[in-house]
Ligand binder design. Structure first.
Ligand SMILES: NC(=O)c1ccc[n+]([C@@H]2O[C@H](COP(=O)([O-])OP(=O)(O)OC[C@H]3O[C@@H](n4cnc5c(N)ncnc54)[C@H](OP(=O)(O)O)[C@@H]3O)[C@@H](O)[C@H]2O)c1
Length: 290
């Protein structure tokens, strides 16, 4: 069974900061769904290990809702926080024992029986590809995780694990203020393998609008000019910029505002031409292409 994520994905990273009641969280899920945003991006560590349970609490209010969603989870980072007294320092752990324990915990917190997709959150220098692949196979056989991928992996790191077990995505950061994956082989690899990357911080975490550094100010000015020319919002433009890449990325929006989600969805109807796209590239880089 192939994985079908929505073209725009909702990110749950900041959910704990929004201080919402379970009903407000449920409304956020339902309003996203109404816009066609049916995939939700999670990680065990979000909100210092609290976000999955906040989301699960909302899901439990609406029986049957789970069947209309795709849930993406991540593991592999261990944070030294009070909720995990055994973690003495922040570190990575992609051992089969940790991955399995983390998945079991995520399923319980999200109040679901399966993750549609599980990602290894960050490349772990101690990653044992054969051990992890066997763990993934077992989780799939048990029906606990349907698909697997990685996040923030270099092309070589991706190729190693992909040689042991098929991965469906690499979740990476991309925006006019973070262009590295355009040029270091990451997105070329996605296109070569026909795998759609998931994109985090497509609005550079808000820096596209409120950043005060030189690069952010240049991008803000160019977004304003393009916005006036095309009569679309800066948010729509930022999503159109990410969506324009030939690897057919799946951007993850991190805003709490449903209006921002609506503007992101509007980008699905806007195809920037090469000059418009490179104007934003140039604004981010601070110079013309070579
Ligand atoms: N794999 C990884 O390593 C990784 C890392 C980071 C994130 N992620 C995932 O990616 C998702 C998205 O990341 P992100 O939250 O950084 O995405 P983002 O969409 O680039 O940034 C969202 C932030 O930008 C702010 N923002 C949006 N529009 C704005 C505007 N017009 N003016 C001022 N501020 C504005 C939002 O505030 P408002 O809510 O007020 O709009 C929010 O704080 C996360 O939820 C998480 O699921 C993954």
């Amino acid at each position: 069974m192939s994985l079908a994520l929505s073209r725009i994905i909702a990110g749950a990273w900041r959910l704990d900061q929004w201080q919402w009641s379970p009903q407000q969280r449920l409304r956020w899920v339902e309003e996203n769904l109404a816009l066609g945003i049916s995939s939700f991006d999670h990680a065990d560590i979000y909100g210092a290990y609290t976000v999955e349970a906040l989301f699960g609490e909302a899901l439990a209010l609406a029986p049957g809702l789970r069947e209309r969603l795709q849930l993406v989870g991540k593991c592999g980072i261990r944070l030294a926080v009070p909720a995990r007294p055994g973690n003495l320092i922040h570190h990575y752990d992609t051992s089969a024992a940790h991955v399995r324990a983390s998945v079991e915990q995520s399923l319980a917190a999200l109040r679901t029986d399966r993750l549609d997709l599980l990602l290894i959150h960050r490349p772990d220098a101690l990653l044992e590809a054969d051990e992890l692949a066997a763990c993934f196979e077992a989780l799939r056989r048990e029906g606990k995780v349907l698909h697997f991928g990685v996040s923030n992996f270099s092309p070589a790191q991706f190729a190693l694990l992909h040689s042991r077990i098929p991965l469906v995505t690499n979740q990476i950061e991309l925006s006019p203020l973070h262009r590295q994956p355009l040029h270091d082989g990451t997105l070329d690899q996605c296109q070569q393998l026909g795998l759609r990357p998931m994109i985090w911080s497509p609005l550079a975490g808000g820096r596209l609008f409120t950043g005060e550094d030189d690069a952010a100010r240049r991008v803000q000015a160019e977004l304003q000019r393009l916005s006036d020319e095309l009569s679309v919002s800066a948010t729509t433009l930022a999503f159109a910029w990410v969506l324009r890449h030939p690897s057919r990325p799946l951007p993850i929006i991190g805003s709490r505002r449903i209006e921002a989600a609506r503007e992101a969805v509007a980008a699905l109807q806007l195809k920037l031409d090469a000059q418009q796209w490179y104007r934003l590239w140039r604004a981010g880089a601070g110079h013309d292409v070579p």
